[in-house]
Design a protein around this ligand. Sequence first.
Ligand SMILES: *[C@@H]1O[C@H](CO)[C@@H](O)[C@H](O)[C@H]1NC(C)=O
Ligand SMILES: *[C@@H]1O[C@H](CO)[C@@H](O)[C@H](O)[C@H]1NC(C)=O
Ligand SMILES: *[C@@H]1O[C@H](CO)[C@@H](O)[C@H](O)[C@H]1NC(C)=O
Ligand SMILES: *[C@@H]1O[C@H](CO)[C@@H](O)[C@H](O)[C@H]1NC(C)=O
Ligand SMILES: *[C@@H]1O[C@H](CO)[C@@H](O)[C@H](O)[C@H]1NC(C)=O
Ligand SMILES: *[C@@H]1O[C@H](CO)[C@@H](O)[C@H](O)[C@H]1NC(C)=O
Ligand SMILES: *[C@@H]1O[C@H](CO)[C@@H](O)[C@H](O)[C@H]1NC(C)=O
Ligand SMILES: *[C@@H]1O[C@H](CO)[C@@H](O)[C@H](O)[C@H]1NC(C)=O
Ligand SMILES: *[C@@H]1O[C@H](CO)[C@@H](O)[C@H](O)[C@H]1NC(C)=O
Ligand SMILES: *[C@@H]1O[C@H](CO)[C@@H](O)[C@H](O)[C@H]1NC(C)=O
Ligand SMILES: *[C@@H]1O[C@H](CO)[C@@H](O)[C@H](O)[C@H]1NC(C)=O
Ligand SMILES: *[C@@H]1O[C@H](CO)[C@@H](O)[C@H](O)[C@H]1NC(C)=O
Length: 467
Amino acid sequence: MEAQRLAPFLLLICIGVYDCHLQPESLISTVEDSVKFKVHGTGPRSVLEEYALYKVSTEGDLLLFNFSLLGGSPLKAGRVFFDIVDLFFELVNSTLYDSGAYRLEAWLDGRITYQRNYSLVVCPSKIELHILRAQLNGSVQLCGAGSKGDPMTTIQLYNYSLMSDSPYMLMLDTNSPMERLPEDLTDRLQVDLNSSSVTLQGVTEQDYTKAYVCLILQSGQCQSYTLEILVWERITLYPRMTARLTLPCHIKPTSPHQVYWTTPSGNVTLSTGDSSQVPHNDSQQEEKMYMLNGSQTGDYSLIIPSVKEHGKYSCNRKKTFLEYEISMCIGIRSTNATFSNNETVKLDCLAYGEIQWFRQRGADTEELILDSEDKTVLLPQDLRGRVNTSLTPFSLVIANPTAEDSSVYTCRVKIPDSNSFKPATCLENQIRLHYEDPYGINSAFYKVHASLMGCGLLAMASAVILV
Ligand SMILES: *[C@@H]1O[C@H](CO)[C@@H](O)[C@H](O)[C@H]1NC(C)=O
Ligand SMILES: *[C@@H]1O[C@H](CO)[C@@H](O)[C@H](O)[C@H]1NC(C)=O
Ligand SMILES: *[C@@H]1O[C@H](CO)[C@@H](O)[C@H](O)[C@H]1NC(C)=O
Ligand SMILES: *[C@@H]1O[C@H](CO)[C@@H](O)[C@H](O)[C@H]1NC(C)=O
Ligand SMILES: *[C@@H]1O[C@H](CO)[C@@H](O)[C@H](O)[C@H]1NC(C)=O
Ligand SMILES: *[C@@H]1O[C@H](CO)[C@@H](O)[C@H](O)[C@H]1NC(C)=O
Ligand SMILES: *[C@@H]1O[C@H](CO)[C@@H](O)[C@H](O)[C@H]1NC(C)=O
Ligand SMILES: *[C@@H]1O[C@H](CO)[C@@H](O)[C@H](O)[C@H]1NC(C)=O
Ligand SMILES: *[C@@H]1O[C@H](CO)[C@@H](O)[C@H](O)[C@H]1NC(C)=O
Ligand SMILES: *[C@@H]1O[C@H](CO)[C@@H](O)[C@H](O)[C@H]1NC(C)=O
Ligand SMILES: *[C@@H]1O[C@H](CO)[C@@H](O)[C@H](O)[C@H]1NC(C)=O
Ligand SMILES: *[C@@H]1O[C@H](CO)[C@@H](O)[C@H](O)[C@H]1NC(C)=O
């Protein structure tokens, strides 16, 4: 057919069926899978229409299948099928060479009644599924598996709905100068071609309803196909009971919307007329939580002078902006143990995991003395050189202990849930360590141990004095 003939009819299609400036519909398939070229449309179509599928190339368009009910066409031509009920062509047993541009046309009485362009990418059959845990306002890497630094590497990012059958939408193609990014993403996507990575920043609640497909192509050929699903990750905190806690929330101060916090004990708002960042009543401040007035600074953090309730704490401006989960650690054990001079003291935690050790001496406030996840936490001066670090963090082994080491030692361990979306289980083990005069009546060897709950996760809890 001559191109001339097409032009006037295209106008019709533009109004009735599809916007002419629409990008080709993106189709992604994997080797040996099938792919559907659908006739999307409004309104009924005539059974007299003929449907043609072309593979488009610079050498000329190749007619793959021309279906005409009146012409008595079969429903199959090579690897292409036509579905007369739901009106789509299906290409089965895809190969990498099927990648490229396609065009579907419907004809009636020698006139084009429908036209649609497609862009098909066929990828190797292995699809990787990535569950990306992202915090609100956090950032998350959507792509990041390409061959590094290859100038022929390009990245294509598509959005994709898990809920509906809506088509993939090409959002980013590093090989194409065309800017297709929706407005809400232009500032938020960061592309690093060196590592073939794309990072989404400032994750919003809307982002969680979306999934993304990331293709890494080399010289135009698909190398990898990953389906990225964003899931909400709350910021889970495990403060000590009655500890003072600040939950940060920074929101651009330009917003006219009121910022407030929801907490298990009710809403926290800025009390009107209070322009200071500190409530008037000092004794109240010690106990009641309050939020900062960020109208100038953008800092709307919630200050909890003494943590009492666990649950969800969220910072809201119209919608939830940031959400925290305050989780309490369960006190599992409390034991007493004694030691004498020069015996090596060995204190064991409950289980393996993320371990913290706290020490409280006399009336002093409790101090964090060891943190398996935070190397900046240093042993206090008096313990340095006396702790056998080869056994930490599970065991705290103190050599040459003196009466000064009599303290309450608390080990806290976080055991990740096998369902990685749930907060970790946090357990605590408290050991009151007493100095005992070696020549006293109840002297010498003291050993406490007990097996716990028969639960495989938990190791033996023991406070053992090694001689
Ligand atoms: C498709 O086939 C019908 C009848 O078999 C024919 O009239 C028509 O010209 C063909 N269309 C194309 C695009 O080849
Ligand atoms: C697709 O591949 C399968 C198995 O490889 C084969 O049995 C089938 O005939 C193929 N279908 C077509 C239409 O080529
Ligand atoms: C399909 O692509 C051709 C160029 O290959 C273009 O002329 C035509 O307008 C496109 N059709 C639609 C519906 O976008
Ligand atoms: C993809 O993004 C476009 C533009 O933001 C949007 O219109 C479309 O609904 C999105 N599709 C899916 C499947 O999320
Ligand atoms: C990418 O690599 C090139 C050359 O190796 C280097 O000049 C450039 O700074 C790198 N870019 C990034 C964002 O790392
Ligand atoms: C959101 O992220 C930006 C940039 O990382 C940061 O400046 C801001 O403080 C964050 N807001 C909250 C509420 O954490
Ligand atoms: C907290 O404030 C929000 C918004 O003003 C309101 O919808 C909600 O009902 C309030 N909740 C409580 C417990 O007051
Ligand atoms: C917050 O502070 C601003 C000035 O910094 C003041 O105008 C405003 O009234 C304060 N808001 C509340 C609710 O106290
Ligand atoms: C401050 O708050 C405490 C506790 O709510 C209350 O007992 C006390 O009377 C308040 N003091 C003043 C000056 O309002
Ligand atoms: C540990 O010793 C304290 C006194 O120092 C005592 O009150 C507590 O009951 C003892 N606990 C156990 C488990 O023996
Ligand atoms: C503890 O050891 C030190 C030297 O390591 C020694 O001087 C001291 O007498 C010992 N004390 C006891 C009670 O054994
Ligand atoms: C630390 O403890 C391990 C196991 O009990 C032991 O083999 C090692 O010699 C100890 N290291 C020091 C410096 O005491």
